[in-house]
Design a protein around this ligand. Structure first.
Ligand SMILES: Nc1ncnc2c1ncn2[C@@H]1O[C@H](COP(=O)(O)OP(=O)(O)OP(=O)(O)O)[C@@H](O)[C@H]1O
Length: 561
């Protein structure tokens, strides 16, 4: 069956709208139960900012009577909206399934993935009962595995789109069906696959947009070697052609790479029949699919998929469904079956969200002062006892990164590093590593600096609603403990997608993100898989009104659009 279709509008690909106007600010609060299909107030697609503001203003008057008001967020928007979705069956499924044993997965595969999750999940590492028997599927894993496994070995082309909130375990939601598929193939025709073991071929491909993500996904995938005998390989910037050729000779079961690298297969002289190498690829995943199909990537990604002739399963995976992505899917893959969870386009459940208005005294419009003081409060509160603290700061423009880092370090005595696309791949890997690894116990951390504590003595964030836990005692001389024990990474959207920053509990949005899409991804670097996390968003006189509704949106567990 051909992969590509005439443009048609697919009724299957639809998402809800829940646009709200909220109150000033607040974080946390009681959890409200998901109410299923609430009647959704919609804003017409393509309406201008001015129109939206007018609508919002008009609705403000009816605040008491109309709880579903439009939510204006900066130059916000971009997420799929205007359409209701039916989550009833999904909710029932999630409630019914509480165990991996209830899902159609080969027992050795099930045991292996439980083992992998128990080793990787910080949530379980925290727990004293760290055993693979305690692993239960996350909602998106339940729904994806249930739906995809139904016709897993049916040879006709099947296209699914997995969409769920950040940090909800989407990697395993596509990886489990993929591994199950490969192992079932081997069970169905063992001789064939044994013969093919020494052949130059690839069986499945996971495409991601960045080399950091290649490394991250490969780290998980590679564990299937000892547990299930699957041969995986990552092809990233550091991979030599020699390495690739060595590995491809012995059948690559799972290749993790970028679309650009995959297309390179067709320009390697030593590989005479790249089409043949790809002829046995039955399972293809596009992780961070909305990025891979956005304007700057579409051509390359599309060409890469078109070069794979016999796809059986094509899976798109993403935490956000931007309108543009939705249209591209309708145009290129109209038979796609969406698999979503009720929390799609909502911010993480365990998130504590705080807005800091830098226009107020004592910052008087200085965002850098507000930032420095926020970091100071984080480093000196009583959270994460016994462990080093990490904080990621997102800015909108990469040109601002060096100056912010410089001021934080030189003027305010912090311990910050900057990371942008200007860094080489090696520099990026080195800088990001301490943030991707789990937090180290303070007893293991070698003192990074012997510099004296800074002279800043105020810990609280004045004129804000912020309570950052109890502050540690000051030293006997009245100064605060050093703020060097907080490791700070200042970066851009480049590091906002897909990266599993293990146990990073603090994110600062130095700039108000321009779209809901950016907001969801940046915020989603913390509070992953129901772990606690805090986000501090700095606003100024220009942006304060854009952001004011967010805390309420989060408190009420409402969807962004
Ligand atoms: N069933 C599970 N139980 C507990 N932890 C899990 C489970 N599945 C995955 N995890 C852990 O949850 C964390 C987040 O998973 P993952 O990176 O797959 O999230 P994601 O949904 O892809 O996030 P993003 O949208 O940011 O890409 C990982 O550390 C992973 O090991």
């Amino acid at each position: 069956m051909s992969l590509f279709f005439k443009p048609v509008i697919s009724p299957q690909w639809s998402f809800p709208v829940l646009l709200k106007i909220g109150v000033r600010s607040y974080a946390g609060g009681p959890r409200t139960k998901h109410k299923g299909n609430s009647p959704l107030a919609s804003v017409p697609t393509g309406s201008s900012n001015k129109n939206r503001k007018q609508k919002a203003k008009g609705k403000k008057g009816n605040k008491k009577n109309d709880p579903d008001q439009a939510f204006n967020f900066g130059e916000y928007g971009g997420l799929k909206k205007d359409v209701e979705m039916n989550m009833d069956s999904t909710n029932k499924l999630i409630q019914k399934i509480s165990n991996f044993d209830q899902l159609l997965i080969l027992p050795p595969v099930r045991d292996a993935v439980k083992e992998i999750i128990s080793k990787e999940s910080l949530k379980l590492q925290d727990s004293r009962k760290k055993t693979s028997e305690n692993i239960i599927p996350s909602p998106i894993q339940t729904v994806a595995i249930k739906r995809i496994s139904k016709n897993l070995m049916d040879p006709k082309l099947q296209i699914h789109a997995i969409a769920a909130e950040t940090g909800s375990g989407k990697t395993m939601a596509y990886l489990i069906p993929l591994i199950d598929y490969l192992k079932r193939q081997e069970l169905e025709t063992p001789e064939l696959w044994e013969t093919l073991r020494k052949n130059v071929l690839i069986r499945s491909i996971i495409l991601v947009p960045t080399h950091e993500l290649v490394d991250q996904v490969y780290e998980t995938v590679s564990k299937t070697k000892t547990l299930l005998g699957l041969n995986s390989f990552k092809w990233d910037k550091a991979t030599s052609y020699r390495d690739l050729l060595e590995n491809i000779k012995n059948r690559i079961d799972i290749l993790v790479t970028t679309p650009g690298k995959l297309l390179n297969l067709f320009s390697i002289r030593m590989i005479t029949r790249p089409d043949k190498v790809l002829s046995k690829v039955g399972f293809v995943v596009l992780d961070e699919a909305d990025t891979l199909l956005d304007r700057s990537w579409l051509e390359e990604t599309h060409s890469a998929i078109k070069r794979i002739p016999n796809i059986n399963h094509l899976i798109f995976c993403s935490a956000t469904i931007p309108q543009e992505f939705n249209k591209t899917m309708q145009r290129l893959f109209p038979t796609v079956v969406p698999i979503m969870t009720p929390r799609l386009h909502k911010l993480p459940f365990a998130l504590d969200f705080k807005v800091i208005n830098s226009a107020l005294s004592p910052f008087k419009g200085s965002k850098i002062k507000a930032l420095a003081q926020t970091l100071y409060a984080i480093s000196n509160d009583d959270t994460e006892p016994g462990f080093e603290k990490r904080c990621i700061i997102f800015v909108n423009e990469k040109k601002n990164v060096p100056e912010i880092v410089n001021l934080l370090n030189k003027k305010f005595g912090h311990n910050a590093i900057g990371l942008t696309g200007e860094d080489t791949f090696e520099e990026r890997s080195e800088k990001i590593m301490p943030f991707l690894s789990p937090p180290r116990p303070l007893s293991e951390v070698v003192a990074q600096s012997t510099s004296p504590p800074t002279s800043l003595k105020k810990f609280e964030i004045p004129d804000s609603n912020i309570v950052i836990g109890k502050l540690k005692n000051t030293n006997s001389n009245g100064t605060a403990p050093s703020n060097k024990s907080l490791h700070v990474l200042v970066t851009t959207d480049l590091m906002a997608r897909g990266l599993n920053f293990k146990g990073v509990r603090n994110v600062v949005l130095y700039d108000v993100p321009k779209t809901s899409i950016d907001l969801i991804h940046r915020v989603g670097r913390t509070a992953r898989m129901k772990q606690g996390g805090r986000v501090f968003m700095l606003t100024d006189s220009k942006t304060k009104s854009w952001a004011k509704a967010l805390p309420k949106i989060i408190k009420k567990h409402q969807r962004l659009s």
